[in-house]
Design a protein around this ligand. Structure first.
Ligand code: SF4
Ligand code: SF4
Length: 275
């Protein structure tokens, strides 16, 4: 069992399960003695939506963002590719976005930075340990925010930290990452890993893949959907998730054009004749 799995077991066994109506006492502001201390030497997994928000905030492409700010850890136990925010390589191991006055990308900071000190556990189809989504508190020794007197419900925290949009997009991502395919201990093949990475982490390249390749000759896509994905990266990402569910798990989330299907059938017949 690796460290992440051990931590998950500990949460499921020992941490009080909180709902959105439960309250906790915490506040983080420039006046706390530990201000900025937690923005270093920390593992921040980036969601696809985090990357869109951050690369737009910085005015760079998704490829440039990946090259400059992320680590792509390789671990044979990982079911799908993940991206981590890269901390500086010097002694400080600081987040690239921490400044003297706090987070320099605050309005677009990643989901996990918004959530802290809350964690969230979601149910999986094959794993009955979590029947219903719940929240839990992560109390780090270095964090003095718990000594502050501000009380709020979890719901208030989620709204105050701008987490609702992130959670909505997170639901689409979870449909992929918590898919029964992975629960059956199946691994993605290298081409499928590339597809996953393209959609989830490199949205600018995925846009070129959709509009500058033969993609739209192969699939039936409504005009309305086309308009939306041309105008909005968030819509393009949702569309990408549909395509991934079709290509990775064989779900009927995309419609192959009938002429392409006919050609495929002919090709198959030819191959069978030649055998
Ligand atoms: S993104 Fe902002 S809040 Fe998150 S670790 Fe970096 S500086 Fe801190
Ligand atoms: S350690 Fe806690 S209180 Fe201190 S800056 Fe980080 S989140 Fe805020």
């Amino acid at each position: 069992m690796n460290e992440i799995q051990r931590f998950k077991e500990e949460i499921l066994k020992d941490y009080p399960r909180l709902s959105e109506d439960d309250s906790f006492t915490f506040s983080c502001h420039p006046g706390v003695p530990c201000f900025n201390n937690c923005c270093r030497d920390v593992n921040i997994f980036l969601t696809p939506y985090d990357i869109i928000r951050l690369k737009n905030r910085l005015g760079i492409s998704s490829q440039e963002f990946l090259d400059r700010y992320t680590l792509l850890p390789f671990d044979k136990n990982l079911k799908y590719p993940v991206t981590l925010l890269q901390m500086s390589e010097d002694e400080s191991k600081a987040c690239p976005f921490v400044g003297e006055n706090g987070c320099t990308v605050y309005e677009d900071r990643p989901w996990s930075c918004r959530m802290y000190p809350l964690g969230m556990a979601s149910p999986r189809e094959e794993d009955k340990a979590v029947e219903k989504e719940f929240y839990f508190l992560l109390k780090e020794d270095v964090c003095e925010g718990f000594a502050e007197k501000k009380e709020q419900t979890i719901r208030e925290w989620l709204i105050d930290q701008g987490i609702l949009d992130y959670n909505e997009m997170g639901e689409y991502f979870k449909d992929l990452t918590l898919h029964p395919f992975f629960e059956k201990a199946e691994n993605l093949t290298p081409p499928k890993i590339e597809m996953f990475f393209l959609v989830c982490y490199n949205i600018d390249k995925f846009r070129r893949f959709v509009f500058d390749s033969t993609f739209l000759n192969k699939f039936e896509v409504d005009e309305e959907v086309l308009d939306k994905i041309k105008q909005s990266e968030v819509e393009l990402l949702k569309f990408g998730y549909q395509w991934l569910r079709f290509s990775l798990f064989g779900e009927k989330t995309m419609k192959v054009r009938t002429d392409v299907l006919e050609d495929k059938k002919k090709e198959l017949k030819m191959k069978q004749k030649l055998k």
